[in-house]
Design a protein. Structure first.
Length: 434
């Protein structure tokens, strides 16, 4: 029995009315790129941007509406920003207990109880001495001003500089004396805002409780609300953002504690070796230094000003000692602690950091200034991810993430000076043998 003859591919195409893959002379015609890729077993390239379906359009419109609402209510977002920070920190132990079988709501209650105990201990150890030092500072502030004024009167300054300072102080005093009662309206408005913020902070613990307890369900619901083609990119972008914010937050908490303790120890040493005035306000100045550590570059400079002013009340030598102490702590932090703690996730050039802090403060006040650096670093990584995703050919989400992790620094440090290559030797090495 004869075996059936398999039809020729070209004849089958002709019979079906399809164009043949050979020209009239019999030479094969190369297939188009997608068909050639499929015939070679290479998967087709994924589209750069998913198509704009009605579901995607509804999602984008909802995001725009949410952004507008948050913008108009931005003055009330401060407590909830603090709540998000607390939720991120408290979710770490809750997640670890949930992995060993403890129900999430029980884990949240246990973590809340532990935080309450630590908060009470912190109040007993820090808040009481801090309040005492603040009241002492307010009570003795006129004497400090008198001492600084007397020191200024005996300084040997150029006449032009002294005249400029005197005119500035005189204009300042006239401005305080001619205060218009209408100018107090922003102060009253600010106090009303503070009262509203206090009410917001009261509800934050309850909000954080439900946020941590239902975090897995909320994450799953948010992911399922997106189109399937967008989910890989959404996971990648959220992972990049959480990586930056996580390392920044952990680093800032640790750096604030280290800088605060180092400042306290340094001020106590200065009180024993230079002047006792540093020891009288060591807790106040160290807490201020730890809090202002949230503002990189600018914060440590602001924290050093009160210590220098206190040093001036004891003499120029004490002020110079305070400057040396704060400068030494800042150098140790920048060159040893920050590279080890924060790594490369939030590494930005100082010029970009300063501009981001100024713009963030102008947009959203103190909260914007504090969060400007991690937001800028996260935007840097998201921009790189999007750049790789729309490249030619487009990278997959995994390839884009790998490229970002391989090159995480926005502005690379200049390498050490190396001798220029010997052009003649390189040409001789590349020349063919004679």
């Amino acid at each position: 029995m004869d075996e059936p003859v398999r039809p020729d591919a070209a004849a089958a195409q002709d019979a079906a009315g399809m164009p043949s893959s050979t020209d009239p002379d019999g030479a094969p015609i190369p297939e188009p790129a997608p068909r050639a890729a499929l015939s070679a077993g290479v998967p087709p390239l994924t589209p750069r941007v998913p198509p704009l379906t009605p579901r995607v359009l509804v999602l984008l419109v909802g995001a725009v509406v949410l952004g507008v609402v948050l913008y108009f209510g931005r003055h009330a977002l401060g407590p909830f920003v603090v709540g998000l920070v607390l939720a991120y920190l408290l979710d770490i132990p809750v997640e670890r207990m949930a992995r060993v079988g403890v129900p999430r709501w029980v884990s949240v209650l246990l973590v809340y109880a532990l935080v309450a105990v630590l908060f009470v201990l912190a109040i007993r150890a820090v808040v009481r001495p801090l309040v005492d030092e603040i009241s002492t500072f307010i009570r003795e502030f006129p004497a400090f001003i008198a001492q600084v004024t007397d020191l200024y009167a005996h300084l040997d300054l150029p006449p032009a500089l002294r005249e400029a300072i005197d005119s500035w102080l005189e204009s300042l005093s006239h401005g305080v004396g001619g205060l218009n009662p209408g100018d107090l309206l922003p102060v009253v408005t600010g106090l009303a805002g503070v009262v509203g913020s206090i009410v917001g902070y009261v509800v934050v613990p309850v909000w954080v409780f439900y946020l941590i307890k239902d975090r897995p369900a909320l994450s799953k619901a948010a992911e399922e609300s997106m189109p399937a083609a967008w989910r890989a990119d959404a996971r990648a972008v959220s992972g990049l953002s959480l990586r930056v914010f996580g390392q920044w937050l952990k680093g800032q908490v640790f750096l604030g504690l280290v800088v605060g303790v180092a400042t306290f120890i340094g001020l106590e040493i200065l009180s024993m070796t230079v002047d006792p005035v540093f020891g009288r306000f060591a807790v106040l100045l160290s807490v201020l230094a730890g809090i202002l550590e949230l503002l990189p570059i600018i914060g440590p400079i602001i924290a050093a000003i009160p210590a220098v002013i206190l040093g001036l009340t004891a003499g120029v030598d004490a002020a110079i000692a305070a400057v040396i102490l704060y400068a030494l702590i800042q150098q140790v932090e920048n060159h040893i602690l920050v590279p080890k703690i924060q790594g490369d996730a939030v590494e930005l050039h100082p010029s970009i950091v300063i501009m981001a802090i100024v713009l963030g403060g102008a947009i959203a006040g103190i909260i914007g200034a504090i969060l400007a650096v991690p937001i800028t670093a996260a935007a840097r990584d998201i921009f790189r991810y999007a750049f790789h995703r729309v490249d030619e050919p487009p990278a997959t989400p995994e390839e884009a993430l790998a490229a970002i992790r391989a090159r995480p620094v926005l502005v690379e440090k200049a390498p050490d000076a190396e001798p220029p290559p010997d052009i003649g030797a390189a040409a001789d090495a590349g020349a063919p043998p004679s």
